[in-house]
Design a binder for this molecule. Structure first.
Ligand SMILES: C[S@@+](CC[C@H](N)C(=O)[O-])C[C@H]1O[C@@H](n2cnc3c(N)ncnc32)[C@H](O)[C@@H]1O
Length: 279
């Protein structure tokens, strides 16, 4: 099979991806597109990558087209990534006992490591208060992985021993070398497919939202829309964490006050009240 991809096909497939994800892949990402689509094109016995692109664009709602969106997203994540946020969450839980039902959203959850890390932190520090964690992601593939909660053991090295013992099962036999989040933990964490470019009122409101390592893929109008959608899901006084390398600077974020690097808090003012009423 020929792996050449014409400039026309590259523009067409990256445009298709942009329409569905809001993420603009620059022409410099040609090699990434080629390497991620080649195996799929071969599987469907397409003579060229251009043929595969034509096929996808002819059926943009098909399972194969959804699969392409999955392939082109970048899902890198790991347990307790950017650990400061988990320390801050623990601090919040210990010093803000006024919060009752604690709801935390891992927006752009990828394969679930972030959501399970949040759950372990809540289990340890929430005391008697009920809590729940919801993880959402654009990619159906990673959401399926997250629901399964099965990870390669080496990727669990940042989980503390006590949490490993309490919440994780070491695989045996065919599952040797893997770690499964136990049933009790999985029951506390729900995963849904969701596009942050669309408002998600059905999720309800949250005390803390992790919106990490996803803003970097967005700019301009799409980034503003995404942030507006997320802000609508914050309870008054709730917290929003962004990735350490990310910033809301230059993008409107009405009703949010920065309280630490990459941590924002929803304050109650007129514009924010308008937002919460919409939800
Ligand atoms: C690099 S991962 C970040 C995972 C995790 N938040 C972390 O910090 O480790 C970025 C995730 O954002 C998801 N994503 C990209 N665009 C999205 C969108 N429009 N709506 C929801 N999720 C999106 C991707 O599928 C990917 O799993």
């Amino acid at each position: 099979m020929s792996t050449t991809l014409s400039a026309h096909s590259l523009a067409a497939i990256t445009n298709f991806f942009y329409q569905h994800s809001g993420i603009r892949l620059q022409p410099t990402k040609r090699q990434l597109v080629v390497s991620r689509l080649t195996r799929e094109a071969a599987r469907l016995k397409c003579a060229t990558l251009d043929d595969y692109v034509t096929r996808i664009l002819a059926a943009p709602q098909s399972d194969e087209a959804r699969h392409v969106i999955d392939l082109l997203t970048t899902n890198e994540t790991y347990f307790f990534r950017e650990s400061e946020h988990f320390k801050q969450l623990a601090h919040l839980l210990r010093h803000d006992p006024g919060r009752q039902m604690l709801r935390v959203w891992s927006a752009a959850a990828s394969s679930g490591e972030e959501a399970y890390s949040i759950a372990m932190t809540l289990a340890r520090h929430a005391g008697a208060r009920p809590w729940e964690v919801i993880g959402t992601d654009l990619s159906t593939r990673v959401v399926a992985q997250a629901r399964q909660g099965l990870y390669v053991a080496e990727r669990c090295s940042r989980i503390e021993q006590a949490d490993l013992k309490r919440w994780c099962l070491r695989g045996e036999g065919a599952y040797r070398g893997q770690v499964l989040m136990n049933r009790e933990l999985r029951a506390k964490v729900r995963f849904e497919v969701g596009n942050l470019l669309h408002p998600m009122p059905e999720l309800g409101l949250f005390d803390v939202i992790f919106l990490r390592n996803v803003l970097i893929y967005f700019e301009g109008e799409a980034k503003s829309q995404l942030i507006a959608n997320v802000i609508q899901r914050l309870k008054p006084g709730a917290y929003l964490y962004t990735g350490h390398a990310e910033s809301l600077r230059g993008t409107p974020h009405p009703g949010l006050q920065q309280v630490a690097p990459s941590i924002y808090r929803a304050v109650e003012d007129e514009s924010r009240n308008r937002h919460t009423k919409l939800g």
